[in-house]
Write a protein that binds this ligand. Sequence first.
Ligand code: NAP
Length: 338
Amino acid sequence: MGQTGIGVIGAGRIGFIHCDIITNLVSNAHIVAINDVDEKHAAQALKLTGARFEADPQALIEAPDVDAVIVTSWDPTHEQYVIACIKAGKYVFCEKPLSNTSDGCRRIMEAEIAGGKRLVQVGFMRRFDEHYRALKRVIDSGQMGKVLMLHCSHRVPWPGGAKHTTDTLITRAVSHEFDINRWLLGEDYATAQVVRGRPSSYAEEGLEDPQLVILRTESGVVIDIEISMHAKYGYQVSCEAVCDEGTVRLASPAAPEIRRDLTMSQAVCPDWHERFRRAYEVELFEWVESVRNGKITGPSAWDGYQSSAVADVAVAAGEARRELEVAIGTCPEFYRES
Ligand code: NAP
């Protein structure tokens, strides 16, 4: 089998990182075509990969040398490109969110189920992070007894640019948390609520930042997630499981410990792409392998839908200022095995 040909739609920040990983680290795949409405972004990625520019995303999806597509354009465009890939019978890796609405995720699932084959993987890269995988291994081993609670935080020094709102803090920034905690515990959510506290001095007028999302799973595990988008002091993702027999905490990649002038210091990650760089690499390496094997094993359209649908309930719970039930249906048979 020759190299797997990949087309990329959207070559901005994360699209460029994925182009870099495929080009420089994944030996059995190469980027053959790139589409982006932003010529500057496209030019940088074309230079890096040696791929051709494809002005029409539909032509890119249908091109005979494109075996699989990476969708890294802006959120509202995901649904149309993912459905076009499914219709063309192409594998598609779509960055989260799968769609900017849960109805859009549902339409993607319907199209995939109608096609009869799993083609879609969603970019929930935390599942490929070595530290999250180690945490899951400890939980799954049973040595800690039952998990009772998870304490989590996602602190982001947001650089500005695309504006966040009180709702997008939940729908965009917490979306990884909705997915990873479901995956860690192997169960779905039963209720959601959001507690909004004192806004950061750095938050724009009217933006409720930070917020606390509190979820309860079907078996009763309580999960609290702090989201802070104005964490100028450094990027941080944390997760601690409180279990019957003890606690287990997600490790962080550690920088060297420096002792100098009677002070000890240790640098922290400045941003998400440094913290999760290795996870993106493993994610794409395993995705290409699964495309070549003809069996997608990573996060599915159902996982993408779950994350969006729970986010919708959390946003409504924040507005209602009370705990709401998460009633978003059961997993279709089609997605049960994956
Ligand atoms: P970005 O830097 O703005 O890049 C997106 C690129 O897609 C831009 O060049 C944009 O052009 C282009 N684009 C917009 N609409 C398009 C269309 N209809 N067709 C083709 N290209 C289009 O954004 P980003 O930060 O890379 O984020 C891209 C996606 O990845 C988002 O959905 C985001 O949620 C997701 N993401 C995921 C992670 C993760 O950790 N998994 C991390 C970062 C981002 P313009 O600049 O002209 O708009």
